[in-house]
Design a protein around this ligand. Sequence first.
Ligand SMILES: NC(=O)c1ccc[n+]([C@@H]2O[C@H](COP(=O)([O-])OP(=O)(O)OC[C@H]3O[C@@H](n4cnc5c(N)ncnc54)[C@H](O)[C@@H]3O)[C@@H](O)[C@H]2O)c1
Length: 449
Amino acid sequence: MSPSRRNLRISVIGTGYLGLTHAVCMASLGHDVLAIDTDAEKISKAARGEAPFFEPDLEPLLRKNLESGRLRFTSSFAEIGEFGDVHFLCVGTPQAPGGSADLSYVHAATGALAPHLTRETLIVGKSTVPVGTARQLLASARAAAPAGDLVDVAWNPEFLREGYAVQDSLTPDRIVLGVTSEQADRTLREVYATPLASGIPALTMALETAELVKVAANSFLATKISFINVMAEMCEATGADVIQLADAIGLDERIGRKFLSPGLGFGGGCLPKDIRAFRSTAAEQGVGSLVDLLTTVDTVNQGRRDRVLTLARQAVGGELDGKRIAVLGAACKPNSDDIRDSPSLAISGTLARQGAVVSVHDPVAMPNASRVHPDLRYADSVHEAAENADLVLHLTEWADYRSIDPAVLAEIVAVPVLIDARCTLDAAAWRSAGWSVYVPGRPQPEAGD
Ligand SMILES: NC(=O)c1ccc[n+]([C@@H]2O[C@H](COP(=O)([O-])OP(=O)(O)OC[C@H]3O[C@@H](n4cnc5c(N)ncnc54)[C@H](O)[C@@H]3O)[C@@H](O)[C@H]2O)c1
């Protein structure tokens, strides 16, 4: 039976990278949406049609839905409770000291909402949480809500990628529905009636399975990245080429080429903290083999940053003090201004602390980066960053950097040495323009090649 296309009254709690995108996309699907955040500045910006962060395609859609009246913002939980048939929980679950997930925002948001729930309602978690959280929230929300057992909780984890968030939200690969009742399943299928009608699969399962699907997916992706980085180390040790290796194994349909990107490893607001939180849960549950696996994945990943630091030190002759280093990219990934656990900024910060003069360029993330790392210099252009540089480090693979003219840049730097830690620049073209290029996991050309 195909789901009905009733427009629902949907609230979205938390308007960060996930929540604002979800609110905008829910409104684009035709629902009436009211969104809330405890950060008053974020709310007032969004209500003016300005996304508080960089995400391609988001702002025009935000404005369109504000103009149509389908999307509104508030700072009142009473208004949210009164308004919504379905409440999406999109608050942060950052890493707590020790590596577990900090659930204080999830509990605070549910605690603020529940006293205003006076009728049948569905709270739907989208945040990434440890298994068991949804069932705890179900108990606490029912205890605090005037509607009591008429309140239900479902878990509908989000898989969007920053940089492609709108596309991923409107046309996800799959929709995961963790529920405790048929009614919750029916309601969620109404919420997603449009994507379901277009053939996107929805999988209904228990709350616990849905919570685990998200962290399992992220753990698999992290493992794939660390796997190819271990292969990069092996290639370096043996003179083999990790890109050719990735291309060859990636053509095997059982493996696939995506996420076989060797170089600097993963950062950002999700993969690192999600695998650490999952490791904490695995330790609590006594699943030692999962603890071991995720510890190795994390250690390999962190080791990539150390490797680039070692290469940088070697490239400038062993002594960083006073050396001028140009860093291309500050965001944790391209097409985003997210700098959470950015490998680039971690490396830049260490280089600066060890005496290097680091000049960073990024197409969009410099305002965020300069707030967190005022110790670094920021340049408005690649050329400005590279002026008199002793070394250029390519640390975030923005497409813009692939069109840099290496011959022009060679005239600007003091010494034409490049470390392409993301393995995405055309090393042959840079070498032809007179650069010494080091790409982790790829063979260095013999002298005279
Ligand atoms: N960013 C992604 O790409 C992504 C993808 C999939 C899943 N997730 C998960 O989604 C969740 C949110 O991630 P994010 O990147 O959007 O984080 P974020 O920090 O950008 O946004 C969280 C928002 O929640 C708000 N908030 C905190 N407490 C609140 C409360 N009590 N009431 C209302 N608002 C409150 C914060 O002010 C902030 O704006 C996390 O669990 C994350 O792991 C994120």
